[in-house]
Ligand binder design. Structure first.
Ligand SMILES: Nc1nc2c(ncn2[C@@H]2O[C@H](COP(=O)(O)OP(=O)(O)OP(=O)(O)O)[C@@H](O)[C@H]2O)c(=O)[nH]1
Ligand SMILES: [Mg+2]
Length: 193
């Protein structure tokens, strides 16, 4: 699949603002700073479709992007960012949960984990939660340009073990910096369309 068209639609705080046209949605979740927004820019061949920043916590609302006039990419706020207040964390959690609950047109959730780190308890909970609600899931290890081949192999094994991935489940690898892993992820996304 090739993405020829991508357009920002809305930053939604509440479900009432979500698009109502029932197009298929593909959502991106993961810890703050893991590279969700960068990955969406890479997939869409856009440098600034989504705001990226060195400061974690850039994405605070549920952002919808219409792709090829056919389906939506949904960029969610990152969880697990230490430097925000408890109240703010709870409000982000609610924003994420409100979107992920009962979203029938949501056909795939892409869970991003940083290839350098052991998945956190938040990552494990998110993985279990997605499975529990029977959404299709793809786990993607991001920022692989930061590791050597050997380090990466070791960490992929550790990520698989920590999340208890089934041997049949894919663990994709991705680098927005090197544009690595883009075709494989797009192919998997196109399967659900
Ligand atoms: N080396 C490298 N850096 C990356 C890659 N992807 C993202 N980054 C950097 O990681 C930081 C966070 O990227 P974002 O895409 O904003 O991360 P996010 O998951 O959207 O973060 P939140 O919006 O806070 O949840 C930025 O400084 C990016 O430049 C990658 O593939 N390789
Ligand atoms: Mg972001």
């Amino acid at each position: 699949m090739e993405i020829k068209q991508s357009e920002f639609i809305i930053s939604a705080v509440a479900p009432a603002q979500y698009p109502k046209d029932n197009r298929v949605e593909i959502a991106f979740v993961g810890r703050s700073n893991v590279g969700k927004s960068s990955l969406i820019n890479t997939l869409t061949n856009r440098r600034k479709l989504v705001k990226v920043s060195g400061t974690p916590g850039k994405t605070r609302l549920v952002n919808f992007f219409l792709i090829n006039n056919e389906f939506y990419f949904v960029d969610l706020p990152g969880y697990g960012y230490a430097k925000v207040s408890k109240v703010e964390k709870e409000s982000w959690g609610k924003v994420i949960e409100a979107y992920l609950t009962n979203r029938e047109q949501l056909k795939k959730i892409i869970l991003l984990v940083d290839c350098r780190h052991k998945p956190s308890s938040d990552d494990i909970n998110m993985y279990k939660w997605i499975k529990h609600y029977n959404y299709g899931i793809i786990v993607v290890a991001t920022k692989i340009d930061k590791l050597t081949k050997n380090e990466l192999q070791k960490n992929l094994k550790m990520i698989r073990e920590t999340l208890s991935l089934d041997p049949s489940e894919k663990l994709l690898t991705f680098s927005s910096l090197k544009k690595y892993g883009k075709e494989e992820l797009l192919d998997i996304i196109s399967e659900v369309l």
